[in-house]
Write a protein that binds this ligand. Sequence first.
Ligand SMILES: *[C@@H]1O[C@H](CO)[C@@H](O)[C@H](O)[C@H]1NC(C)=O
Ligand SMILES: *[C@@H]1O[C@H](CO)[C@@H](O)[C@H](O)[C@H]1NC(C)=O
Ligand SMILES: *[C@@H]1O[C@H](CO)[C@@H](O)[C@H](O)[C@H]1NC(C)=O
Ligand SMILES: [Zn+2]
Length: 433
Amino acid sequence: MAHWLKSQLTKLGATDIQLKDLGIQEHTKDLALPPVVLARFGTDANKKNILIYGHYDVQPALKEDGWNTEPFELVEQGDCLYGRGATDDKGPVISWLNILQAHNELKLELPVNLVFCFEGMEESGSLGLDDLIIAEKDKYFKGVDAVCISDNYWLGTTHPVLTYGVRGCSYYSITISGPAADLHSGLFGGVVHEPMIDLSHIFAKLTDPQGKILIPGIKEMVAPLTPEEDKLYDTINFDLEGFEQNIGSKTVLHDNVKDALQARWRYPSLSIHGVEGAFYNPGAKTVIPAKVVGKFSIRTVPNIEPRKLDEVVFKYVNEVFASLKSKNTLKVELVHDGDYWVSDPHNWSFRAARKATKAVWGVEPDLTREGGSIPITLSFQNNLNTSVILLPMGRGDDGAHSTNEKINVSNYIEGTKTLGSYLHFIAEEEKDA
Ligand SMILES: *[C@@H]1O[C@H](CO)[C@@H](O)[C@H](O)[C@H]1NC(C)=O
Ligand SMILES: *[C@@H]1O[C@H](CO)[C@@H](O)[C@H](O)[C@H]1NC(C)=O
Ligand SMILES: *[C@@H]1O[C@H](CO)[C@@H](O)[C@H](O)[C@H]1NC(C)=O
Ligand SMILES: [Zn+2]
C-alpha cells in the first residue's frame, strides 16, 4: 500500500516523497513496521501549509465473517461502495488523491501547499508515528499551519459534521488479595474476609445507579459549560430512538438529545469492565476467590488532568476500602491513559470547513465530539503546535471495523468536494492570533 501510494503521488506530481522507515516492531524479532508515506504538493512560501493525515492500513476481514462480497475487492452495489477500508480510511485517503488529480486536469492551482502523512499502523495504535512526528516537527513538518484528518464519521446518516473533540481515557485496576488460594465457601464462608465482597462494595461506591461518578474532586475539574457551548447542542441532528435501536434496548439514561450527547461528549463517565479471578462460568461453583482484580475506566474531558485524576481515584478507593475494615490487602493502579483532545470549533480551520460544507451540502454542519479516543490528533496538535480538524466524509452506519463496510457513493463524491473546497476556503481564511 505504501508503495502504491508512492507511485500514485509520483504520477500526480507530488514531490519530496519519502517512505519513512519506523524500524522493527517492539517485542518482535524482525517484523518491520510499515513505513509512513510523506509527500508534498506545492512549496510556495506565500501559501499556507496544510498537513493531511490518513491511514492506509485496515482492520482484518474474512468473507466468512459475514461479508456479502469479497472484503478485499471493491464492489459497487446500489448506491454504495463495499470493501474493507471503503470508509476507514482508504476511501478518504484516495479522495485526497482525487483532489490532486482534479486540480491537475482542470489546470487549477491549489491555493495552499499540502504535506501528506499517510501511516500504516493506525489500527494497531499508530505504533511509531508519535516518534516520527516528534522527529520531523522542525524538519518535514516545519511550518505546518493546520492539520486536517478525514478518518471518522457523521453522527448519523443524513447530516454532515465537523468534529472538534474526543474524550480521553484513564484505565484502572483494583487488586484485592486475601487467602493464599481459592477457598470452599462451605468450609470458609463466614470465616474469612472475602476479596470479591470487598470489591463489590468498592464498585458500588464508584457511581450511583444513574451513572453519576461518586469520586470527589472529579466534577470540580470539569470545565463549566458555557451558554455558547450549550447552544451548539440545540441544533444537532441526532435520533435518540435510532440510537436505542442501535444498542438494541431502551436503556438510555437520558430522555433528551442534549443531555445524552453532553453526557457522551463533554462530561466524564465511569464504566466498570470486569473482574479477573472471579468465577464466571455457568453453574454454581461454591468458590471464594482468593484474589480478584476489578477493572474500570474513566472517560476524561477538559480540564481533567490525568495525574490529578489518579490522585483522587487512588485516595477515594483507599478510603472506601479502609471503611470496610477488611483484613485483605488492596492495590489500586493506573493501567494506561490517553488524554482528551478538544479544539475551538470557531477557529479559522473550522470556519473554512463550515464554508466548504455549506457550499457542497447546502447545510451548516453539526459540530460534534466523539466519546472514544483518537490519540494521534493530540500528538499533531501538541507537537506541531497547530490546530487540528476532523472532517469526516462517511456516515455513522458505514460499518467501519465491521462486516460489509461501505461508503455511500454520494458521500464519497460530495465528501471529496468538501475536502477540496476546504483547501480553497482555508487559503482565504485569516489565521487566528
Ligand atoms: C504556538 O503557537 C502560538 C500561536 O499560534 C504561539 O503564540 C506560541 O508561541 C507557539 N508555541 C510554541 C511552543 O511554539
Ligand atoms: C483559536 O483562536 C484563538 C483566537 O481567536 C486562539 O487564541 C486559539 O489558540 C485558537 N485555538 C486553536 C486550537 O487554534
Ligand atoms: C446513499 O445515499 C442516498 C442519498 O442520500 C440515499 O438515498 C441512500 O439511501 C443511501 N444508501 C444507503 C445504502 O445508505
Ligand atoms: Zn481509521
